[in-house]
Design a protein around this ligand. Structure first.
Ligand code: PEP
Length: 250
């Protein structure tokens, strides 16, 4: 049995004090939903104060990006060790980083290596753009993203990885991917490459999330799918609606 997993991607929202207020609003209502692994992926500046707030809580904490070097002259960057002092997770390869910040499959792989080797848990995102979807390139694109992301990642590190299927056209648009279709894409473009690279046993334990306009009202449609183990939530993670999504997963 794979434990359901729901992560909130807060993106570039919430100052440190606003983040504390949101945690204080959500946390008490999430406290009894322990059958779900819950993670808040907050801006870097909120990691320290939110970590203090979550000290006695099972809710996990993560960042939204990480650099691949351990330290050095990389102005503006944050290393895995810096995140690890406060949180356990990091999102890697989100489509907003791929689109706006020159993230490539190769840099996703470098970040994966650095994060996992340092002891962080990774939520790695893959997904096709609208154009790729319309050109029927979904399978080719995601299979490529998967193969490069996992290049040289040792089987022993897979226990620390969660994969998110996030069709780019569904993120923040309100146009969620049909749940059965998402399940099929996850099965053939995410789970299949994992089997090919690591074998059947690895895929049984691998948690795969759907992300893209998940709401309280549609979350259950995804969670009843056999190959979907939870959600990566953007917009709705900043609202009390996040509790409804976690409840649906529970
Ligand atoms: C995301 O940013 O990962 C995301 C899925 O956003 P939204 O839920 O707003 O579509």
């Amino acid at each position: 049995m794979r434990k359901p997993f729901v992560a909130g991607n807060w993106k570039m929202h919430k100052t440190a004090s606003e983040a504390i207020a949101l945690v204080d609003e959500l946390q008490p209502k999430l406290a009894d939903l322990t059958s779900v692994e819950i993670v808040f992926c907050v801006p870097f500046t909120a990691l320290c104060p939110v970590a203090n707030r979550l000290k006695a809580s099972p809710i996990g904490l993560g960042a939204q990006n990480v650099h691949w070097e351990n330290q050095g002259a990389f102005t503006g960057e944050i290393s895995a060790a810096m995140i690890l002092e406060f949180g356990q997770y990091v999102i890697i390869g989100h489509s907003e980083r791929r689109t706006y910040f020159c993230e490539t499959d190769e840099t996703v792989n470098k970040r994966m290596q650095a994060a996992l080797n340092a002891g962080l848990h990774v939520i790695v995102c893959v997904g096709e753009t609208l154009e790729e979807n319309e050109k029927s390139q979904t399978e080719e694109v995601i299979t490529r993203q998967m193969r490069i992301a996992f290049n040289d990642i040792d089987l022993s590190l897979l226990k620390d990885v969660v994969i998110a299927y996030e069709p780019v056209w569904a993120i923040g648009t309100g146009l969620a991917c049909d749940a059965q279709k998402a399940n099929e894409i996850i099965k053939y473009t995410i789970r299949k490459p994992i089997i090919e690279m690591y074998g059947e046993e690895a895929v049984r334990d691998m948690r795969v999330l759907y992300g893209g306009s998940v709401k309280g009202s549609n979350a259950k449609e995804y969670f009843v799918q056999p190959d979907i183990d939870g959600a990566l939530v953007g917009g709705a993670a900043l609202k009390p609606e996040f509790i409804e999504i976690v409840r649906a997963a529970a």
